[in-house]
Ligand binder design. Sequence first.
Ligand SMILES: [Zn+2]
Length: 157
Amino acid sequence: MKGNNPEQKSEKVSIFNARRGAVEEIEKIDKTDDEWKRLLTLEQYLVTRQKGTERPFTEKCDLPKEEGIYQCICCGTDLFSSDTKYDSETGWPSFWTLVSELNIRTRIDNSLSMQRMEVLCARCEAHLGHLFDDGPPPTNKRYCINSITLKFIKKEK
Ligand SMILES: [Zn+2]
């Protein structure tokens, strides 16, 4: 288990703050499983911390229609913008690009005997979903994200 040594200096990470339009150096978030369990609902915990997948085509997969930013439910990092959301007909929220490459990490996921790219929050390493190459132009990317990992912040008028 990481992060149990209080003497240890927290690692910093550069995160783009979409509302300020600036890159910030902030501390990475490194909590134990027990801490996450206390902070999240069981379903949020199972998806973000145990790499679960929510059921597609449920009501909560329909994200708000307003303009705004989707943040990480665990740490509030800006992840996706509503204007890059599209309907991939997979039953999960899909985006064709990110708010910033800084805010997301990807890594190879060989589970379920297939090779996929896992999408994680760069600040707290929450599992968000997977990245596929069958999205719409201009990126042809499809960030297939569990809606439960996202918190919507409506754009201020
Ligand atoms: Zn996060």
